[in-house]
Structures are given as structure tokens and as C-alpha cells.
Design a binder for this molecule. Structure first.
Ligand SMILES: CC(C)(COP(=O)(O)OP(=O)(O)OC[C@H]1O[C@@H](n2cnc3c(N)ncnc32)[C@H](O)[C@@H]1OP(=O)(O)O)[C@@H](O)C(=O)NCCC(=O)NCCS
Length: 372
């Protein structure tokens, strides 16, 4: 048994999984044996969710059944809807999602995680987010449409009208690309909670909390903030060198596992160029500059563009406000989180690592009167 402390658990294998593989050295992401590039443009989110949950791509009949089940699960409980309505309109949508998922989960709190519960939870995320987006604008939430797929329905509930097929396709590809990613921080969080025999909603609430941080899923809104501050391609190098002087990180760059180009970023970059040329013009200059500066600082430690950088441009083109970028990541990752929870409970052992105590040696407490 290894007893060496590794900061950030870097390189530690914390689970055995059949769900996805992140091959950082070769820039490969694989879902249950399928390379992400082969799934991204061809498959619907529903097909990929089926793959993650059941371990195989669905037949036509299985896909129809799953689509129907997702469509029938998009409603919120009365308590969840009341919570949604009670949220102040300036609440961070990630906080809204975390809170409403918690309330929605009360209904199933005593049940062991199952595929129907995973479907139910995954189906509810777009309804929560789109409902909040409407309420923020003083509009009534829009009821889900059973005849629309996951991506198309999310956009329909957000905007109250159907979106052009090109944008639906783009959102679908984004959801497929982000659906799972090995033992990332939020998935690990979900598995830790699942390992205590807790309920699915608790796993998801924990995962949403982990995803929210800018080192993980909070990055795409931060990418937008940085690009807004940089403003023009001509200002990129000056701004970015000053940012590094202040020890700030470039958002959308670097990764714990990938030492080469993130395969998802490659696909999103091409989509961004097509869908959002204005964003792309500035972003590609910023990317070039960021990679040059990061290489200059540490040529021995390759850093590359990560999934979040061009996600920002794609999600903007789809019409999402930047506060909705991180929770839309959660809409995708709900499939992966729930698949991992199911895998954990199917072969569970409580996740309980150790810590290395580096505090003072055991000593006697000094009575209060003598402590001054
Ligand atoms: C993702 C991230 C948290 C990975 O962190 P990590 O595993 O600690 O990264 P590494 O071990 O490869 O490298 C750490 C070093 O590289 C530097 N580095 C890593 N990413 C950097 C970035 N985006 N900008 C500037 N420097 C960066 C750090 O400053 C650090 O150097 P230091 O120890 O001298 O301070 C980090 O790259 C980051 O904060 N990126 C920006 C946020 C982001 O895009 N997150 C989304 C991830 S999908």
C-alpha cells in the first residue's frame, strides 16, 4: 500500500471504470471504446447517454424508448418549481441548479441510484435552467416539448421558440463532447458521495458544487471575461503579459491530464470558427499568444488549449448568456456523473483515503486562565 502524499492526487488511480478514458499523452478521449471524434458529429446526446448508462449504443427501439422516457421526465416537482421561483433573479445559475436539484431530489431521497432516476435527473437540468432564465426576464417558464430531443428542447425552453437546426446540432455536439471525462473533480466528488450509499441527488449536488469552480467548469465564463478585457487582437500580448505579471492564469488553457491538444477543443475550435467568426478572430489571436507565453515560461511543461476556451464561443453563438455556460456544462455532464454513480454503487467500496498529519505532536491543553 502506498503511503506517500501526492498533492491534488495527481497520477493516483482512484477508480476502475469502463465509462471513459482520457489519454493525456496522445490527446484522446474514449467513451466505452469509441473515440470522441467518431461520436461528436454523428450521435445524438440521447444515444451517447444510452452508451454511458447501459454500456452500448442503443438500437432504434431502445433509442425511441429512452427519448420518450427523457421527454416524460422533464417536469419539476411542486417544491422544486417553488424553489426555482423563489430564487432572486441575480442568483448565479449554478447556485440555482444546485439548489433546485437538491429540492427535486427530496422525492427520491430513500432510493438507491438507478438508471430511471439517472434519466429523471438528467432530464430535469434543462427545465431548471431554462425556467430560471425565463423568470430572470420576467417571463413565465415554457413547458417542455415531448417531440423535441434533449438539445432542441433545452433551446426551446430557453427561448420559447424552436432554434435553427444548425444551432441545435451545435448544442448537441457540445453536450456529447462534455458528457464524460474520466476521474475529473466533479465526477470524483459524485463517486465519493455515492460510495457512502447516499442518494443520487446528493451526488449531483456535490458534483455541481465541484464543477462550479473556475479551475473546472467555471472556466468558460471566465474565458469570456478575459476576452472582454483584452478587447482587441492588438491588445492581446500586452494584456496577457501584464496578467502573468499579476500571476493570473489564462482561462481555457492548461489541463491536469492533457499534455497535448484536448481533442474536444479541436472539434469546438472548428465549430467556433464556423458559428462565431467574430469571437474566433480575437480568440485565435489570444490562443496563439497564450500558448507562446506559456511555452516561453515553461518549455519543459507543455500546456495546451483546453475544452473551455472555444466552448465559450460556441455557447455564445448558440445564444446562451455567459452565466449559463457552466450550468450548460452540467447539462452535458449529468449523463457522465449519473453513469459513474451507477458504476460505483454496482461494485461499491467506501472511498476513504488517509491524510498525513503534519500538525503539532500530542500536547496538553493550557487552561484558559493561563493562556493570557
Ligand atoms: C486546469 C488547471 C487547474 C490545471 O492545473 P494543474 O494541474 O495544477 O496544472 P499543471 O500542474 O500542469 O501546471 C501548473 C503550473 O502551470 C501554470 N499554469 C497552468 N495552467 C496555466 C494557465 N492556464 N495560465 C497560466 N499558467 C498556467 C501554473 O501557474 C502552475 O505554475 P506554478 O506552479 O509555477 O504556479 C490549470 O491549468 C488552470 O488553472 N487553467 C485555467 C483554468 C481552466 O481553463 N480550467 C478548465 C480546465 S478544463
Amino acid at each position: 500500500m502506498s503511503s506517500e502524499y501526492v498533492p491534488g492526487l495527481e497520477g493516483i488511480i482512484a477508480a476502475r471504470t469502463e465509462i471513459s478514458m482520457v489519454d493525456g499523452a496522445n490527446g484522446r478521449l474514449v467513451y466505452r471504446g469509441y473515440v470522441i471524434a467518431d461520436l461528436a458529429e454523428e450521435m445524438s446526446f440521447e444515444e451517447v447517454a444510452h452508451l454511458l448508462w447501459y454500456g452500448r449504443l442503443p438500437t432504434r427501439a431502445e433509442l425511441d424508448a429512452l427519448t420518450l422516457e427523457l421527454a416524460g421526465s422533464r417536469t419539476l416537482t411542486e417544491a422544486a418549481f417553488s424553489t426555482l421561483k423563489a430564487m432572486p433573479s441575480d442568483t448565479d445559475p449554478m447556485d440555482v441548479l444546485r439548489s433546485v436539484v437538491a429540492v427535486q431530489g427530496v422525492e427520491h431521497r430513500l432510493q438507491k441510484p438507478t438508471i430511471p432516476l439517472a434519466i429523471h435527473a438528467t432530464a430535469s437540468f434543462p427545465t431548471i435552467l431554462a425556467g430560471f432564465h425565463r423568470l430572470q426576464q420576467g417571463l413565465e417558464p415554457v413547458k417542455p416539448r415531448a417531440d423535441l430531443g434533449h438539445a432542441a428542447n433545452y433551446l426551446y425552453q430557453l427561448n420559447g421558440k424552436e432554434s435553427p437546426p444548425e444551432l441545435v446540432r451545435a448544442l448537441n455536439t457540445y453536450l456529447v463532447l462534455l458528457a464524460d471525462h474520466g476521474m475529473n473533480a466533479s465526477t470524483f466528488t459524485a463517486r465519493v458521495i455515492a460510495s457512502t450509499d447516499s442518494d443520487l441527488a446528493s451526488c449531483l449536488v456535490g458534483a455541481i458544487g465541484a464543477l462550479k469552480g473556475p479551475a473546472h467548469g467555471g472556466a468558460p465564463s471566465a474565458v469570456m471575461d478575459q476576452l472582454e478585457q483584452i478587447g482587441t487582437a492588438a491588445n492581446a500580448e500586452k494584456w496577457m503579459r501584464a496578467a502573468r505579471q499579476r500571476k493570473e492564469r489564462f482561462m481555457g488553457f492548461g489541463h491536469r491530464i492533457y499534455r497535448t491538444y484536448d481533442p474536444r477543443a479541436k472539434i469546438l475550435k472548428a465549430m467556433c470558427q464556423r458559428l462565431n467568426p467574430k469571437f474566433y478572430e480575437l480568440a485565435s489571436k489570444v490562443e496563439e499568444t497564450a500558448l507562446a507565453i506559456l511555452h516561453e515560461e515553461h518549455p519543459e511543461r507543455p500546456q495546451a488549449t483546453n475544452v473551455e476556451f472555444y466552448s465559450a464561443g460556441v455557447l455564445q453563438a448558440i445564444g446562451l448568456p455567459k452565466e449559463f455556460f457552466p450550468p450548460t456544462f452540467a447539462v452535458a455532464r449529468a449523463a457522465g456523473w449519473t453513469a459513474h454513480v451507477l458504476e460505483q454503487v454496482a461494485n461499491n467500496r467506501l472511498i476513504r483515503p488517509q491524510s498525513e498529519y503534519v500538525g503539532p505532536e500530542p500536547r496538553k491543553p493550557i487552561p484558559l486562565a493561563e493562556r493570557g
